[in-house]
Design a protein around this ligand. Structure first.
Ligand code: NAP
Length: 516
């Protein structure tokens, strides 16, 4: 843990703790056991971030309960089970830094393998014993000293700290298309896959061609009798090799820990220090080069000029979340596939009618239409100081100081919360850094140097102003429709380089916090 400065000048937003010298108090003097010696933490969600928090709290000897609404761990990897699901970040980056996995099967792993990775880790650390499965948190209320967490089953208990690890891509978005409910066949969202529905030999419509629709197309094209891909906006598709690791390579990773660590670090370094920062700037050479690679791939793989035109984006690469694929262009040129660029007028009992009046008759409609990314923990009722509701604070849109905390919500922190670097950094590396930061605040509180901790209003406003200013200069704001944009059309993700994030996460600026 990075050390705290010995003295921080107070400002009007933080409060001096009585008996302390300047910002720092001498620390509590009583020796009796208090909740700070044996604090209780609530972790909301048992996905990647929640499992991380649980392991780290366990290592720190801190008592915790994980609340998980479903009956298994894994978060997005538990919920998304659609055919073709895989991670678009190399597996050796998409691993906890303390649990590198020599057994990844391929460069970018399929979803089931990632789910298994998380289940194995939960078993290894014995985290299951701390998880309340099938018990969704209904609310959390700050009573001035602790959080009263209540669940839908009626359970209630007090916790000193709450870590919300509820993810961002977990509220499926059904599109606003007329007649969706009138469809006579099977219709479901990609994140709510109905595995009872037979796919082979069926006429299938996929609405949406983001990362999900693209992966689905690759997986369903060989199985469908007819596959209609409804593509409102073409994507920049980055080619990747889906190379399996050989048994010899995996054995080498198993027996040589340095080899495995070096691979993780070199991939992480090039990803974070190259891609993560360059992609913010539309004029960066990396963006220009990547656009050239994608264009060359499109031109070499798609022979038909009419189809090529349908697939050619008219916005800057990186404006929308990049789609990567090893098989999309092959799949869409296979016999059963039709790319439909004409707008959807309505869904009818027997199919999808487009604006040109054509009815595309299908048996199954898959909605690969993305997620409500502004919900986070909601619809939970979360009330902070003086009963202020988080829903009211976030009435316009969610935001969080440094992506972690909200003014008025003491000892309540988020992993991969609003304004996190969802678009360009590894979510696991992000969560690990965020958790390390939060633990520094926890230690401050445990040492008796803070009654509680939450960002000051002034600091939160200042951060948000700076973030918005930077966001409007990123490639995400160059004119496209994407889930990165808030209701004003301003990108909500972390708009600064990776180095800024690591610097911020290295050590909290205590002057930005209210502590008593
Ligand atoms: P998405 O990127 O939000 O894409 C939604 C798609 O649905 C877009 O093509 C959108 O068209 C289309 N759409 C939405 N409403 C529509 C309507 N009313 N009519 C026609 N088309 C409509 O969602 P996603 O593909 O599920 O991906 C979301 C994110 O999940 C990804 O960006 C990624 O971060 C993550 N993800 C990752 C992986 C992975 O490989 N790791 C896989 C899947 C998902 P427009 O483009 O015109 O808006």
């Amino acid at each position: 843990m990075a050390g705290f400065p010995e003295r921080v000048e107070p400002n009007d937003q933080n409060c001096l703790i009585p008996g302390g010298s300047a910002f720092f108090p001498a620390g509590r003097e009583d020796t009796a056991m208090t909740n700070r010696d044996e604090p209780k933490f609530a972790i909301i969600g048992a996905g990647m971030s929640g499992i991380l928090a649980a392991i780290k709290l366990q290592e720190a000897g801190i008592d915790f309960t994980v609340f998980e609404k479903a009956d298994n761990v894994g978060g997005t990897w538990r919920e998304n089970t659609y055919p073709g699901i895989a991670c678009d970040v190399p597996s050796h980056i998409y691993s906890y830094s303390f649990e590198l996995n020599p057994d990844w099967g391929s460069f970018c792993s399929p979803g089931s393998e990632i789910q298994q990775y998380f289940e194995n880790i939960v078993a290894k650390y014995g985290i299951d014993a701390h998880i309340r499965f099938g018990d969704a948190v209904a609310g959390a209320a700050w009573d001035g000293e602790a959080w009263n967490v209540t669940t839908e089953s009626g359970y209630a208990d007090h916790f000193d700290w709450v870590i919300a690890a509820t993810g961002i891509l977990h509220h499926p978005k059904r599109p606003d298309i007329e007649g969706l409910d009138t469809f006579g066949g099977d219709i479901f969202h990609s994140a709510q896959w109905d595995h009872d529905v037979e796919l082979d030999g069926k006429r299938i419509a996929i609405i949406g061609n983001g990362s999900t629709g693209t992966q689905l197309t690759g997986a369903l094209a060989p199985r469908a009798k007819k596959l209609s891909l409804f593509m409102r906006t073409p994507q920049w598709v980055v080619p990747i090799e889906q190379t399996p690791y050989t048994e010899e390579e995996r054995e080498a990773f198993r027996t040589d820990a340095d080899l495995l660590r070096n691979l993780h670090e070199s991939l992480s370094d090039s990803f974070h220090h190259g891609f993560a920062s360059d992609i913010l700037d539309k004029d960066a050479q990396m963006v220009v080069d990547m656009e050239a690679v994608c264009t060359a791939e499109l031109e070499s793989k798609i022979a038909d000029p009419e189809l090529r035109a349908k697939l050619t984006p008219d916005y800057t690469l990186g404006c929308k979340r990049l789609v990567v694929s090893h098989n999309f262009y092959e799949a869409i040129q296979s016999d059963p596939v039709e790319v439909v660029r004409t707008g959807i007028a309505a869904v009818e009992p027997t199919g999808v009618r487009t604006d040109d009046g054509v009815l595309h008759e299908v048996d199954i409609v898959v909605l690969a239409t993305g997620f409500h990314v502004d919900r986070f923990m909601r619809p939970m009722d979360i009330s902070g100081v003086d009963g202020v509701m988080l829903d009211d604070v976030w009435a316009e849109r969610p935001s969080a100081y440094l992506s972690l905390g909200v003014h008025g919500f003491p000892n309540f922190f988020m992993l991969n919360g609003p304004n996190s670097p969802v678009g360009n950094f590894s979510l696991i590396a992000t969560a690990e850094m965020q958790f390390g930061y939060i633990m520094q605040l926890v230690e401050l509180w445990r040492a008796g140097q803070a009654d509680f901790v939450h960002p000051s209003e002034q600091a939160a406003i200042k951060f948000d102003e700076e973030r918005v200013e930077a966001a409007t200069k990123t490639v995400w704001a160059t004119g496209c429709r994407s889930w990165y944009l808030d209701d004003r059309g301003i990108p909500f993700a972390w708009p600064f380089p990776f180095e800024r994030f690591t610097a911020e996460m290295a050590e909290p600026k205590l002057g930005d916090y209210v502590t008593s």
